[in-house]
Design a protein around this ligand. Structure first.
Ligand SMILES: [Fe+2]
Length: 289
């Protein structure tokens, strides 16, 4: 009896700590060197918010905190890398969608406060598609109406002092509509390319297709959400294991950055990977470094 009570007490304490961790939003700042970054973009600051999972686990105030953290930094460009909504595929619930209209509305309202000189762009994540194709299209339209452009297998040139880089965005890697080749079509061969992909496993396809991508900005993994000492998070559905769990990963000259994300899935609990919004500062890396 005493042993059972002790175990229950320990579990309750761990759950409480996990909940407090899930509300401890961090501003994560990283510097990333890219060899082919045009000189006029040296020092470019990109704000990233990902994996909001608006729904019962993520209140309006928490999204507002993330938006405020990013806006206080005045980044040159803002990117949103998917899972705006907490839709699910019916694995855990019989009906799609574990969020209500007011969760949807406050998510769009808070994101509408984002602005940056080079614009605010985004891509959809698996949970946005799992909310239903109709709703995924509504997310695109409603974000567009507040000045946020969702790139669906598309690219857009960003210009500064006559130099260009391309921002590329793909539908979620697990969706049939995902098409990296379509997204990069027409981009001049030697131009610097920043890819927004919800799922960092897109690196598999980049390698297979031999696509030239300089930087991948992703979320999706939640950093594991619950990360155990030594073993990490043993259940990442990735062919790469934990390689792209979070942070900066280099593959030759290509760099990936994976944010731990703002929201949570299944339970408002995090362990050893606090929620974050990110500021990425890009610099031009010298050839010999
Ligand atoms: Fe997510």
């Amino acid at each position: 009896m005493l042993l059972r009570l002790s175990i229950l007490g320990a579990l309750a304490l761990a759950a409480r700590k996990g909940f407090l961790n899930s509300r401890n939003l961090q501003l994560r700042e990283v510097e990333i060197g890219l060899r082919h970054l045009p000189s006029s973009f040296d020092g470019l600051r990109i704000g990233q918010i990902t994996d909001i999972h608006a729904g019962p686990l993520v209140p309006r105030e928490f999204i507002r905190e993330g938006v405020d953290l990013i806006m206080d930094e005045n980044p040159d460009l803002i990117v949103l890398t998917g899972d705006f909504m907490n839709g699910n595929r019916g694995i855990l619930r019989p009906n799609n969608g574990s969020f209500k209209q007011h969760h949807y509305d406050y998510c769009i309202d808070e994101l509408a406060r984002l602005s940056a000189p080079l614009g605010v762009f985004g891509v959809l994540g698996n949970h946005d598609f799992w909310s239903g194709k109709k709703l995924a299209c509504a997310i695109v339209e409603d974000l567009n109406s507040v000045g946020i452009r969702i790139l669906r297998n598309q690219s857009i040139p960003l210009e500064d002092h006559g130099q260009q880089l391309y921002l590329v965005g793909v539908d979620d890697y697990w969706e049939d509509s995902y098409d990296l080749s379509l997204a990069t079509r027409g981009i001049p061969k030697d131009t610097c390319r920043i890819l927004l992909s919800h799922n960092p496993d897109v690196n598999e396809d980049i390698s297979t297709l031999k696509e030239r991508i300089d930087l991948v900005i992703s979320g999706h993994t939640h950093g594991g959400q619950v990360v155990l000492p030594v073993v990490g998070f043993p259940y990442l559905l990735s062919p790469f294991g934990q390689k792209y769990r979070s942070g900066i990963v280099r593959d030759g000259q290509r760099v990936s950055y994976i944010s731990c994300g703002l929201g949570a899935y299944l339970a408002p609990i995090r362990l050893n990977c606090p929620p974050d919004v990110s500021i990425l500062t890009l610099y031009r890396q010298r050839e010999d470094s």
